[in-house]
Design a protein around this ligand. Sequence first.
Ligand SMILES: Cc1[nH+]cc(COP(=O)(O)O)c(CN[C@@H](CCC(=O)O)C(=O)O)c1O
Length: 305
Amino acid sequence: MADRDGKIWYDGEMVDWRDATTHVLTHTLHYGMGVFEGVRAYETPKGPAIFRLEDHTARLFRSAKILGMALPFTPQQISQAHLDVVKANGLKSCYFRPMAFYGSGKLGVAPLKNDVRVIVAAWPWGAYLGDEGLEKGIRVKTSSFTRHHVNITMCKAKANGNYMNSILANNEATADGYDEALLLDVDGFVAEGSGENIFIIRKGKLYTPDLTSALEGITRDTVVQISKEMGLELVEKRITRDEVYSADEAFFTGTAAEVTPIRELDRRAIGDGNRGTITAEIQKRYFDIVKGLDAEHQHWLTYVN
Ligand SMILES: Cc1[nH+]cc(COP(=O)(O)O)c(CN[C@@H](CCC(=O)O)C(=O)O)c1O
């Protein structure tokens, strides 16, 4: 990634990719307290459009508030930075990484004297879990790592350090030949993927875990809206791993993962082991919306030009 061309928005300035660096004594590099987002822009008939930009910016600020970080820019400035980065790099579609971190200046646990730095980077990024995964579904393993207890770290903050838990889970799953991990909460109920929320479908009803130990996903919220428009009953409840085993369909949602079917959990085929029909419909509606092909959901799109 470091050898790319292009520009990155860094503390209010557009800098060359290679110059977007930080000191090795950057506080967040040592202690992991920072906040970030994953946002996507898609190519639409009216040019690039950023999906639910304001919602992502709002979550970035919510995450910072939860951690007690004061961001040195307004939400409007951060949202505008996304638009500027697309233009500066001439991107038609992309994945954004806005991130706020404590700079160098003082090491020691408390970052009180460290300035907060902010970047917005963007690059082309295809299917997070692979094109084949989008079409045929992915193989998932229940992780031996438990999702954080809600009072050990702040699960509603999309915080850099939270992702050590996700990395451990994802690394374990992929090392064992799976595509992604599913994490259980401290009580053994399904929480979420290492970077996604999860839905299951049984007898035509949609179920998703309540948000106790999971990130409040924007894609999850989009799918909740889509399911209502499809007339599907949606139940938010505690879900056990064997309810996933017994499901007719299952899928992950996330900005990076989009809507990725799960064809297998722990070597149990979900349904017939293929992308389910309801999943396929939700996935199609999702992609029509993000690609500007759905007139009813233009309010979720911020057009760059
Ligand atoms: C733990 C977690 N749970 C749920 C979600 C879904 O949230 P949303 O994108 O708002 O629907 C994400 C996003 N994971 C982001 C980071 C992936 C990565 O860093 O790699 C993403 O999908 O961009 C998570 O990281």
